[in-house]
Design a protein around this ligand. Structure first.
Ligand SMILES: Nc1ncnc2c1ncn2[C@@H]1O[C@H](COP(=O)(O)OP(=O)(O)OP(=O)(O)O)[C@@H](O)[C@H]1O
Ligand SMILES: [Mg+2]
Length: 472
């Protein structure tokens, strides 16, 4: 016997199919009484179908979209519903008409809790990736004050006619050494000194506990060079044609000679090998220590022709700190845009802004960045409260800043509230300047001020801004 379309309907096979499909299905009459429920739908509310049939749908699904369809006789598509949290489903509902007569409605729904959670996790990850993604271009990071000269020098290292040179970057932890090494590499690629697919090999020299293993990792080895050693390409060879970034370079004391030889001859020999391999690598050595005191003088001379010292955050000018502050705030706003397509505006109250900029950061720019991100996180709305908003403004206040920072401030400055609410006081002026620097126009600034409890109409802000530019 062959299955035909007629048989399919005669045998009511579609009922079996509805029972076995992965989505929940409910059908109601014009009074909202259930006339059909499939297995999935019954399971969803932990009941049997028999317990549900003939009863109002609202007994089981209090927010049933079907009720609205019964009322309006129009389909409702892709409506997302929170059942009892955290259960969540997406539903499509349609009216049922037969020969023009309205008979009821049916809905097909899909459990999206898992999907939703997965989506949330992906968005969170996207946000983190975006926040921590290293910049590729020197022009995109903060190049004010000291950094301006450092970037000039960095460009010379790879871009001067004499050819790319090796270099040393020193500075306390979190001052931007790894970032600078990456920027140098990208610049070298940009100007064609190295190929577009040139490698950037980063080695944390402090990770090796044993100097022999370190030497094999860096220079490679042949089988049996040491007990159990294998034939292996070293990091030097892997970096051929590109950049070898030796981080924590002060810990390489034991194999400085090998390094010096490699630099002088342009060749390396794998540990235990007799053959030499040509290498063409730009070395960038970074350290929190003064390498002049640690390295062999010849090695220091070879690498340190270009030495760049990255000052600690406390040694940088207020202008540069302000630049970094704005940079991280902008990065946060961009990350929200990238992961959620929300136009996000972050505004700091003058108290919060001053507290952040005057605090002490032993772990330098990295800690500064983390504290800024943390404070914005703390002031931001919950994801479940955002709903479908496309534009959000958040105000970061003193209370959002981590304790370790605010504790260091004087008690009296903690609760300094603005007394005058409708005048452009010096505090407001400062706030306007911050928002202007973030590229906000008068309307947005006025709205931002409103969030902060000030009542200054946009035309007043516009007038003030105009006067400011005229006076410049
Ligand atoms: N001029 C700058 N503009 C923008 N961001 C910066 C600047 N300098 C540093 N940063 C940021 O500061 C953070 C810390 O920098 P990085 O990791 O390069 O420091 P580091 O000196 O390598 O630290 P460590 O010694 O701990 O390895 C990074 O997020 C980096 O992007
Ligand atoms: Mg680093």
């Amino acid at each position: 016997m062959r299955l035909t379309t007629e048989m399919f309907f005669q045998l009511n096979l579609y009922k079996d199919i509805l029972d076995h499909c992965n989505d929940g299905i409910n059908v109601v009459d014009t009074h909202g009484i259930l006339v059909y429920v499939n297995e999935i739908s019954a399971n969803y509310v932990n009941l049997t179908r028999e317990e549900m049939l003939g009863r109002p749908i609202t007994d089981f699904y209090p927010a049933a979209v079907l009720l609205a369809v019964l009322k309006n006789r129009q389909p409702i598509l892709d409506k997302k519903i929170h059942f009892v949290a955290p259960k969540k489903y997406a539903v499509n509902s349609y009216p049922i008409f037969k020969d023009g007569e309205f008979l009821g409605a049916f809905s097909v729904f899909k459990d999206i809790q898992e999907l939703d959670e997965l989506n949330r996790k992906i968005k969170h990850l996207e946000m983190q990736v975006s926040l921590n993604k290293p910049e590729e271009d020197m022009n995109n990071v903060v190049h004010l004050g000291t950094m301006r000269d450092i970037f000039k020098q960095a460009k010379k290292i790879v871009g001067s006619l004499g050819g790319p040179r090796h270099s040393i970057i020193t500075g306390e932890s979190g001052t931007g050494k790894t970032m600078l090494a990456n920027l140098i590499y990208n610049y070298a690629k940009k100007i064609g000194v190295i190929g577009q697919d040139a490698p950037f090999i980063e080695v944390n020299c402090a990770q090796f506990t044993n100097p022999d293993i370190a030497a094999m990792e860096i220079f490679g080895s042949v089988e049996g060079a040491y007990t159990g050693s294998k034939k292996k390409k070293g990091l030097f060879e892997q970096a051929n044609g590109g950049v070898l970034f030796l981080d924590e370079a002060h810990t390489i004391e034991k194999y400085q000679n090998l390094l010096l030889k490699a630099i002088e001859s342009g060749k390396i020999r794998r540990i235990g090998d007799t053959r030499e391999v040509d290498i063409n690598v730009i070395i960038i050595a970074a350290s929190t220590k003064n390498l002049n005191e640690v390295f062999l003088p010849e090695l220091y001379q070879r690498l340190g022709q270009y030495e760049m010292y990255l000052p600690a955050l406390r040694e940088r000018s207020p202008e540069e700190k302000e630049g970094l502050f704005r940079y991280f705030v902008r990065k946060y706003e961009e990350a929200v845009w990238k992961s959620r397509k929300i136009d996000y505006h972050v505004i700091f109250t003058p108290e919060a802004h001053d507290a952040l900029l005057s605090a002490v950061y032993p772990r330098n720019i990295r800690q500064f960045r983390d504290v800024i991100n943390y404070s914005i996180d703390a002031s931001s709305p919950l994801i479940e409260d955002i709903q479908d908003k496309k534009e959000i403004t958040t105000i970061v206040e003193l209370k959002h800043i981590p304790f370790e920072i605010t504790d260091a401030l004087e008690e009296k400055s903690l609760h300094r509230l603005p007394e005058v609410k409708n005048k452009i006081t010096p505090v407001v002026e400062k706030q306007i300047a911050i928002m202007q620097a973030q590229g906000m126009g008068a309307r947005k600034i006025s709205k931002g001020l409103q969030y902060m409890g000030y009542d200054i109409p946009y035309y007043k802000v516009a007038y003030y801004c105009k006067k400011q530019t005229e006076n410049k």
